[in-house]
Design a protein around this ligand. Structure first.
Ligand code: GLU
Length: 304
């Protein structure tokens, strides 16, 4: 397969879509990002890396971080964690309060905000220094120690994240948050503020390509069954209220974030990360989603 050519063709085709989406600005600091950027990285199972465009530029991974905190917590707590959070697609906005009320404080899945807050709460209960643990884990998975929080982005969200605070207090009222709301939210805003490049993200997703074994160190971090479950949750819940559309168009498990990044994988074969800051109405990167659709269509390689 001539991947360099495929990536070039994809980049050319998606460039006509600039201007169709909008950079997220509900977190004021994110609104400062220049919109016309596009990065793509393909990382194969055997460690070959193909890149295009702004694949070394670091961006705010935002909700993509939910996959990593989830995998960290799942590895430590096992099946018991699913008593506090479900695994059904939400069919609602990622920050819906209504759904949490209907479901009596048990969030639908760990990739919407309410569910991610419960996972972060578990992280806070499990690790003495949860923020350091998140960075340690990301350094291990990506093979790069140059991954940090962006304090300005975390602070910007702390000042404006009223809805996330509301979800936190709501969870607390249902006795589904063990720690202080402020403490959980502080860790959550920091995990969302992590900056990574497409290259680093694609490398970090290799854990799920390799069925739970971290390929650089050959450490098994998740069981086969846990990896299967995480990939399934990414497939069904990873793309906001557009998980069905994403599965229909692209056919890969993964996770998107409002920073414009999307990380995805074909278990046993490859991981991909793509980034372009302009988002569609559901919160997914316009160019990113199209690029992934073109990739699975041109290569014929998707889950389906
Ligand atoms: N920190 C963002 C929030 O909680 C993440 C949103 C996202 O990327 O989906 O609103």
């Amino acid at each position: 397969m001539n991947y360099p050519q495929i990536l070039q063709d994809i980049a050319r085709e998606v460039s006509s879509l600039y201007g169709q989406g909008k950079v997220a600005d509900y977190i004021p600091e994110l609104g400062k990002v220049s919109p016309r950027q596009f990065g793509f990285c393909l990382h194969t199972r055997d460690g070959q890396v193909f890149t295009h465009g702004d694949s070394d530029v670091k961006f705010s991974i935002q909700s993509i971080s939910k996959v990593f905190t989830l995998s960290l917590v799942f590895a430590h707590l096992g099946e018991a964690m699913w008593k506090r959070v479900g695994v059904e697609p939400s069919g609602n906005a990622f920050n819906s309060l209504m759904q949490l009320e209907y479901e009596k404080g048990i969030p639908r899945n760990p990739l919407i905000n309410a569910g991610a807050l419960v996972v972060t709460d578990m992280l806070v209960s499990t690790f003495r220094d949860p923020k350091a643990e998140i960075l340690r884990y990301l350094h291990l998975l990506s093979g790069s120690n140059d991954i940090q929080f962006n304090e300005s982005v975390a602070e910007s969200e702390r000042k404006t994240g009223y809805r996330n605070f509301a979800l936190g207090y709501f969870l607390k009222s249902f006795v589904n948050l063990e720690n202080d709301v402020d403490q959980v939210l502080d860790v959550y805003f920091h995990q969302c503020s992590v900056e990574m490049s497409c290259k680093e993200l694609a490398a970090a997703m290799q854990l799920f390509v390799h069925h739970g074994v971290e390929p650089n160190t050959q450490q098994r971090l998740l069981t086969m069954s846990q990896t299967k479950r995480l990939n399934a949750v990414m497939q069904t819940c990873g793309f906001y209220d557009e998980a069905g559309e994403f599965t229909f168009a692209v056919g890969l498990p993964g996770k998107s974030g409002v920073g414009g990044g999307i990380a995805a994988l074909l278990p046993g074969h490859y991981s991909l990360a793509v980034w372009s800051p302009e988002l569609n109405k559901k919160g997914n990167s316009v160019l990113g989603m199209k690029a992934l659709e073109l990739f699975t269509t041109m290569t014929g390689r998707s889950v389906f």
